[in-house]
Design a protein around this ligand. Structure first.
Ligand code: PMP
Length: 445
């Protein structure tokens, strides 16, 4: 398998160059929060695949929902006014669960095309309003908004631009709130003031008559799980309102119980104009994303008959099997998984905070079942690990050997996003195996 993989399978965002001995790791099976590879090595999945298996592995009722739908009607297009019962019921249920007036749901295959679709919806919106010159977009440094060509421009992480650059000049960035390394210090009020000033300055630099939308993650995930101070999201939302700039919240990671509530923006009592989701929507069992569109945006796009004319779509939009899986995931979230996730998230944060006095730990942050530990070699100076420490490979590899899957970012941040079904023992195992991994890393130095 390792040879076949190297010869034929092109991996996204990975290279074995310099690590030829490692090769691909092949997962064979999984149950709950535990995955097992093809050598029989069992690991706690502290990252829920790619922050997506919120419901946990091996949920029989999800498998049954998919099988039933596969037998009954495996495919129906949303084109030509066609549809399927699970897709319609899912849209209605999501609208019911969403904050505020996010009542219109556009299904995609994942998060990247959900973000890409918002760019188009916002363009339709400004054309319909007679303000087509509003075609500039602002996002946040350290932000990740997918890998589609347009969405990757909103992403502000250089690794995702490698080899092709930032494709557009209509995308602008403001600095992140990154509390641990913010030049204004860690005082929440100062951080909010600095971000508000930066957004105002950027809108005025680009021109309020030109800026269409501002994109944020409630917690920046791929940038290193950067948690803004309470009130930050609300303050940014207010600036957007002042300048008639649409506020887009990207909940692809944070949605579906990851941080406690169903959607993280509920924590700040913020209602976006558009919201993107994916991952936990179907818990990784099958692919699906969803764009939530508010009444006022949808109604502006809509023609006289009250129906928005949408000029883009995908063969697998609103896939009935994905919709059936999503409906079952929602049922599981409501019937216990959200509660369990909140309980497990508290234990996870307490456990990770107990590592704060480890010589390598500079910062511990997170909310609910989304957390990070930032490693440093000098706590006072907050010195990042040297490149030869190669956390993305060496710490990841060490954790793997210790029976733990984590995300080890290249800059020495360890990311955690375990399934919401974790038991106390699962969480304690994640903490214990992290401590073991950190001790071994320290011995290496
Ligand atoms: N937005 C955010 C905030 C994400 O974290 C991701 C994926 N990590 C995406 C968009 C893209 O989603 P996908 O990988 O499903 O295309």
């Amino acid at each position: 398998l390792i040879e076949l993989d190297r010869a034929h399978l092109v991996h996204p965002v990975a290279s074995y160059r310099g690590h030829e001995a490692m090769g691909v790791r092949v997962l064979k099976s999984a149950k709950g929060a535990t995955v097992t590879d093809d050598t029989g090595h069992s690991l706690l999945d502290g990252f829920a695949g790619l922050w997506c298996v919120n419901a946990g592995y091996g949920q029989d009722s999800i498998v049954e929902a998919a099988a039933k739908q596969l037998r009954e009607l495996p495919y129906a297009t949303g084109y030509f006014g066609l549809g399927s019962e699970p897709a319609i019921r899912l849209a209605a249920r999501l609208a019911e669960l969403a904050p505020g007036d996010l009542n219109h749901i556009y299904f995609t295959l994942g998060g990247s095309d959900a973000v890409d679709s918002t760019i188009r919806f916002i363009r339709y919106y400004n054309h319909a309003k007679g303000t087509p010159q509003k075609d500039q977009f602002i996002s946040v440094e350290y932000g990740y908004h997918g890998s589609s060509t347009a969405g990757s421009g909103l992403t502000a992480l250089s690794v995702f631009h490698a080899g092709f650059g930032v494709p557009y000049d209509w995308q602008h960035k403001i600095p992140s709130h990154y509390s641990y390394r913010n030049p204004v210090g860690s005082d929440p009020r100062a951080i909010i003031e600095a971000s508000v000033a930066a957004l105002r300055a950027k809108i005025s630099e680009v021109g309020a008559d030109r800026v269409a939308a501002f994109y944020v993650e409630p917690i920046q995930g791929s940038g290193g799980v950067l948690v803004p101070p309470a009130g930050w999201l609300k303050a940014m939302r207010a600036v957007c309102k002042e300048h008639d700039v649409l506020f887009v919240v990207d909940e692809v990671i944070t949605g579906f119980g990851r941080t406690g509530p169903l959607f993280a923006c509920e924590d700040d009592a913020v209602v976006p104009d558009l919201m993107t989701t994916a991952k936990g929507l179907t818990s990784g069992y099958v692919p699906m994303g969803a764009v939530f569109i508010s009444d006022h945006v949808y109604d502006t796009i809509a023609d006289g008959a009250g129906e928005a004319l949408v000029g883009h779509g995908y063969t697998y939009s609103a896939h009935p099997v994905s919709a059936a899986v999503a409906l079952e995931c929602l049922r599981l979230y409501e019937e216990g998984l959200l509660d369990n996730g909140r309980k497990a998230g508290k234990r996870l944060m307490e456990g990770l905070r107990s590592l704060a006095d480890h010589p390598l730990v500079g910062d511990v942050r997170g909310r609910g079942m989304l957390a990070a530990v930032e490693l440093v070699t000098d706590k006072e100076r907050k010195t990042r690990l040297p490149p030869e420490a190669d956390p993305a490979r060496r710490i990841f590899d060490r954790a793997w050997q210790n029976g733990l899957v984590i995300r080890a970012f290249a800059n020495g941040v360890l990311g955690y996003a375990p399934p919401l079904c974790c038991t106390d023992e699962d969480i304690d195992g994640i903490i214990e195996r992290t401590r073991m991994t950190l001790d071994q890393t320290l011995e290496d130095k």
